[in-house]
Design a protein around this ligand. Structure first.
Ligand code: 0RA
Length: 639
């Protein structure tokens, strides 16, 4: 860096300015390197980056309130009551520190001070990345009794930092509009944002989040003094419980902060949610393994000691010990390593032993000090083991019979003529009436139709075990013909294209979430192989005189209205697939020459599963489309 040019003095070409421009340009040229994709996931990542910065300020102990506001113009505001980003002049550049934070890619470490920055995200480069990818970004800082503001456009300074008044509080407020040159779709999903904010509010106890939807004029507060204990209680709502309150462990060992809360219910499902540095580790990892190992060992030791398992009897398996278990595990560590297909598996090997020893000690003490609940828990897992052994015997007896069942295709399936899986498509169609149109409109040579009766999700929000008993799900399994879970065999799949075709409304979005969750859990290879798609039926039919056009989203509608002017134009909104006749459905949605199909990625499905599982049992209010938004990030495949 040229020494003589350290101070910006109107000369645009001084060294630090060049560094800034190059950094911002690098982000704009290759946004994927910084935020993964420029689809909906990357778009939402911008908001999460800002939230994570504020969460870091909270973890440093200086902030207890974070506000996230979706503004009507499509911009987002994230505001906190922390110390405010420093505004003093940075000696190396002669510019305010906040500018460095917003324009230098590696400003995080330099300006983060001694803070224990552990929240998810890009570790300090977040702010500058958001700035680079924003059409505009306004920052407001309250600090030292003053209120400062500055404006940027596409990462470039538009106005110098200036004082606009006095302030009797402190904090940072960032507002940004995602840049249309970077993001093809710029619509934020309340569901995606609130899902993340909900998690963060449980994971950071006491931290208060306010989520504001300006358009809907709706405000939601997420605030949990009990932290992950409240998380477990909420997951266990409406369940019969073995202990009055969830168990809770909070301990730090070798610089790893561990929090665990767990509670058994009388049901049979296992729900473990693990997090590392506030990131949901969907694929588990060493922290989860350490926990499970300890749980299995402590329960076996106890069950043997009190003679629930006799000397000649086999051990309780890990799976048995997790029947009816709800647990939330959250650890914070300095250098997390994320691995796995969706980078949501914690890899740090030292963590396994740390977890194991902390949990072993904790549970052993708990069992000693609380004999009554200890007994209940051990009994529950012993029963699970007995049931498993009995079920295995029963399965062995019926295996023959069920193998034959696989050949009986569901009656509702209108199968295709071709038997060459590579060219065969299976449409899972919401509702009998749309199913009827699809059957009439399809190309029967290679397109098969399986109508799904409206509500696959019942009032109970279908735990996954129940889901497998569901008739609609059963017919999907039979139609696909490749089995499920461990026994899934991709080579047996009867179609290489499985298309979810549901209405563009809340029910349709639920059905999609549920089906994706199901595929993710039980037929993951189908998604990994790129066999799962979401159909894109039009939302509107627009007519002007004799010209008629199908329109697939609101943005496109706006454009068309501007082009056609509004007079003498009629807009017909499709409320559901059922409103289209066979010919229309074929032409707009199923005909390979014209249709657009969205290929589902593993990330889409994982996110669907997360939303499904966390919201399960809770009342899900009408929300904007979620998967629709998410699936768009995959290339629009014109097949
Ligand atoms: C570095 C130092 C200080 C505050 C922050 C960073 C800070 C960053 C963000 C980002 C969003 N909200 C934030 N709040 C604070 C403070 C240093 C000091 O006051 O001594």
């Amino acid at each position: 860096m040229a020494e003589e040019n350290n101070h910006k003095n109107g000369n645009k070409y001084d060294a630090s300015q060049i560094e800034v421009l190059e950094g911002m340009e690098a982000v704009r040229r290759r946004p994927g390197m910084y935020i993964g994709t420029t689809g909906p996931r990357g778009l939402h990542q911008l908001v999460f980056e800002l939230i994570d910065n504020s969460v870091d300020e909270a973890l440093a102990g200086y902030c207890d309130n974070i506000e996230v506001r979706l503004n009507k113009d499509g911009s987002v505001t994230v505001s906190d009551n922390g110390r405010g980003i420093p505004v003093d002049i940075h000696p190396q550049t002669g510019r305010p520190a906040v500018e460095a934070a917003l324009t230098l890619l590696h400003a995080g470490g330099k300006f983060g001070g001694e803070g224990y920055e552990i929240s998810g995200g890009l570790h300090g480069v977040g702010l500058s990345v958001v700035n680079a990818l924003a059409k505009y970004l306004n920052i407001e800082i309250c600090r030292d009794g003053k209120r400062w503001i500055q404006r940027y456009e596409r990462g470039r300074i538009k106005s110098d930092l200036k004082v606009i008044g006095d302030a009797d509080t402190t904090g940072t407020t960032v507002t940004f509009l995602p840049d249309s040159q970077i993001f093809p779709v710029r619509e934020f999903s309340m569901e995606v944002i609130s899902s993340r904010v909900r998690d963060l509010s449980y994971l950071n106890k006491g931290l208060r989040f306010v989520l504001i939807d300006e358009e809907a004029e709706k405000e939601t507060v997420f605030h949990h003094e009990g932290g992950i204990i409240d998380f477990v209680s909420s997951l266990n709502k409406n369940k019969d419980l073995l202990t009055a309150a969830p168990l809770y462990l909070s301990e730090t060992k070798d610089n790893v902060a561990v929090e665990l809360s767990l509670q058994y219910h009388t049901g049979y499902t296992e729900s473990i949610f693990s997090f590392a540095n506030n990131i949901h580790t969907q694929e588990g990892g060493t922290h989860e393994t350490g926990f499970k190992t300890a749980l299995t060992r402590v329960i076996n030791d106890y069950a043997r000691r009190v003679n629930f398992i006799k000397e000649n009897e086999e051990n309780i398996t890990g799976e048995d010990t997790r029947e009816g278990l709800t647990a939330v595990l959250s650890i914070k560590l300095k250098e997390p390593q994320f691995e796995g297909q969706t980078k949501t598996k914690l890899g740090n090997s030292e963590v396994r032993g740390i977890m194991d020893s902390l949990v072993t000690e904790f549970l052993t003490n708990y069992f000693e000090e609380n004999p009554a609940p200890a007994r209940l828990m051990a009994e529950k897992t012993v029963k699970a083991a007995q049931a498993r052994q009995a079920a295995r015997k029963a399965r062995e007896l019926t295996r023959r019979k069920s193998a034959l069942d696989h050949f009986t295709l569901p009656g509702k399936l209108a199968d295709c003529a071709s038997k060459r899986a590579e060219e065969c498509e299976l449409y899972l169609v919401e509702g009998d009436s749309a199913g009827g149109s699809a059957k009439q409109g399809r190309n029967p040579k290679y397109q098969a139709i399986l109508p799904l009766r409206g509500k696959i999700i019942n009032a109970e929000k279908a735990r996954l075990d129940k889901l497998l008993a569901n008739e609609e799900i059963k017919s999907i399994i039979t139609a696909v013909g490749a089995g499920i879970s461990d026994e899934f065999d991709l080579n047996k799949a009867r179609y290489h294209m499985i298309v979810i075709m549901s209405d563009a409304d809340v029910d349709g979005s639920h059905i999609r979430t549920l089906l994706l969750t199901f595929f993710y859990r039980y037929m993951r290879q189908l998604i990994e192989s790129g066999y799962v798609y979401i159909a894109q039926p039009p939302l509107y039919k627009v007519q002007k005189g004799k010209t008629q056009q199908y329109v697939y989203d609101d943005h496109e509608l706006d454009k068309l209205m501007k082009k056609w002017k509004t007079d003498h134009v009629s807009i017909n909104q499709f409320k559901g697939l059922g409103e289209m006749d066979a010919e229309e459905l074929w032409m707009t949605t199923m005909n390979p020459d014209q249709r657009t199909m969205l290929q589902v990625t593993l990330e889409d499905a994982a996110e669907a599963e997360h939303i499904f599982t966390v919201l399960m049992g809770e009342k899900v209010e009408p929300r904007r489309e979620f998967i629709q938004a998410h699936a768009r990030e995959v290339k629009n495949l014109d097949i």
